[in-house]
Design a protein around this ligand. Structure first.
Ligand code: UDP
Ligand code: MG
Length: 318
C-alpha cells in the first residue's frame, strides 16, 4: 500500500500540534490512507518540540525534527521533504489554515497519475487590505517573471516521490518552494480550497518579513532587475545625448555660461541611477556569495526516535 507523508512546518505552534495531529489522523484514517506526519519545528522558542514528542508517543506515525535555530518556513519544508518516506508528500501549514479535508481529493488525483497537485486558494481568508494589495502585486510580478500563473497558489500541495527527489536534489540554498513546483513541471492538477481561520496562536509573518520574502523570491527566480540596470543606463544615455546636443548648440552660439541647474539635475539623476544599479547588482552578488559558501539550508538538532537517522543525510548536509 502506498504511503502518504504530510510535512508540517511548525514555528512556535505548541497550541496547534496536538490538535492538528488528531484532525489529520482522523481525516486520513477515514479516507483509508496510510500516512505519516512529519512535524518540523523551525527552531521554536516555545514547547513545540515537546508537543511533537508527545504526539509521537500517542501515534507512532507522527515523526518530528527540531532545527538548531529558526531557519524559515522554506527550510522547514525542505527538511520535511528530505525526511519524508512516502510515495506522495503533502506539504501544509500546521495551523490548519489549509483544510485537511482536501487531502483525500489530492490523493485521488495522485492515484489517477498526477504528479503535482496544487492547492489553489478560492479566497485568501481574512487579511488586511494592505496585505491583500501587496500580495496581489507580488504574485502578479512573480507570475510574469516565471511566466506561469501563480496567483492564488500556496504552499499547500501534494508531490509525487519523483518530484520530491528532484526538489531535494536541487543544490540551491535560496529556494522558493511555491514556484519551484511550477518550475519543475510534471503532470499537474489542482484542487481548490478555502483558507481557514487560524485556531490558535498568531501569524508568524510581519510586513517586514513579507517584504524580505518577496525580494528574495523575485531575485531567486529572475535576473530581470539586473537587466533593469541596463535599461536605466540606456535611458540616461539618451537623456545625456539630448542635453549634450543642447549644450553644444549653446556653446557654438556663444551663450554657454548658465546651465548650473542642468548640471545639478544631471548629477542628481545619474547619481540616483548609479546608486540604485549598484544596489541591485550588490543584491545579486550577495545571493551568489551565499550560494557559493554552500552552507546548509538548515541544521537539524534532534529528531524523534522513529526517524531513520540516515534520512537526515549526515546531519544537515543539505
Ligand atoms: N513557519 C515556519 N517558520 C517560520 C514561520 C512560519 O515554519 O519562520 C510555519 C508556521 O508554523 C505555519 C506556516 O509556516 O505552519 C505558516 O505560517 P503562518 O500561519 O504564521 O503564516 P500565514 O498563515 O499567516 O501566512
Ligand atoms: Mg497560517
Amino acid at each position: 500500500m502506498s504511503l502518504l507523508s504530510v510535512v508540517l512546518p511548525s514555528y512556535n505552534e505548541e497550541q496547534n500540534i496536538a490538535n492538528t495531529a488528531g484532525v489529520l489522523a482522523q481525516v486520513l484514517k477515514e479516507a483509508g490512507i496510510d500516512y505519516e506526519l512529519i512535524f518540523v519545528s523551525d527552531g521554536s522558542r516555545d514547547a513545540t518540540y515537546q508537543e511533537i514528542l508527545k504526539a509521537a508517543e500517542k501515534d507512532p506515525r507522527v515523526k518530528g525534527a527540531e532545527f538548531s535555530r529558526n531557519f524559515g518556513k522554506e527550510a522547514s519544508i525542505f527538511a520535511g521533504l528530505q525526511l519524508a518516506c512516502g510515495d506522495a508528500v503533502v506539504v501544509m501549514d500546521c495551523d490548519l489554515q489549509h483544510p485537511p479535508q482536501v487531502i483525500p481529493q489530492m490523493w485521488k488525483l495522485w492515484q489517477e497519475g498526477y504528479e503535482v497537485v496544487e492547492g489553489i486558494k478560492t479566497s485568501r481568508g481574512r487579511e488586511s487590505l494592505a496585505h491583500k494589495l501587496s500580495a496581489g502585486l507580488f504574485y502578479s510580478v512573480m507570475s510574469k517573471l516565471i511566466k506561469m500563473d501563480m496567483n492564488a497558489s500556496s504552499d499547500y500541495k501534494l508531490l509525487d516521490r519523483k518530484v520530491v527527489d528532484v526538489l531535494t536534489a536541487l543544490p540551491e540554498k535560496n529556494t522558493f518552494f511555491r514556484a519551484l513546483t511550477f518550475w519543475a513541471g510534471f503532470r499537474t492538477a489542482s484542487v481548490e480550497y478555502e483558507v481557514q481561520e487560524r485556531l490558535y496562536g498568531v501569524s508568524k509573518w510581519s510586513m517586514w518579513s513579507l517584504m524580505k520574502y518577496a525580494v528574495s523570491n523575485v531575485t531567486s527566480f529572475s535576473t530581470l532587475p539586473l537587466q533593469l540596470v541596463t535599461g536605466m543606463g540606456i535611458v540616461s544615455i539618451l537623456f545625456s545625448l539630448a542635453l549634450g546636443a543642447q549644450t553644444l548648440v549653446k556653446y557654438l552660439s556663444g551663450t554657454a555660461v548658465e546651465g548650473f541647474t542642468t548640471v545639478i539635475l544631471l548629477v542628481l539623476i545619474i547619481g540616483g541611477f548609479i546608486m540604485v544599479s549598484l544596489g541591485i547588482i550588490g543584491h545579486y552578488i550577495a545571493r551568489i556569495y551565499e550560494e557559493v559558501k554552500g552552507r546548509p539550508k538548515f541544521i537539524i538538532s534532534r529528531v524523534t526516535d522513529n526517524v531513520d537517522g540516515n534520512a537526515t543525510g549526515s546531519w544537515g548536509r543539505r
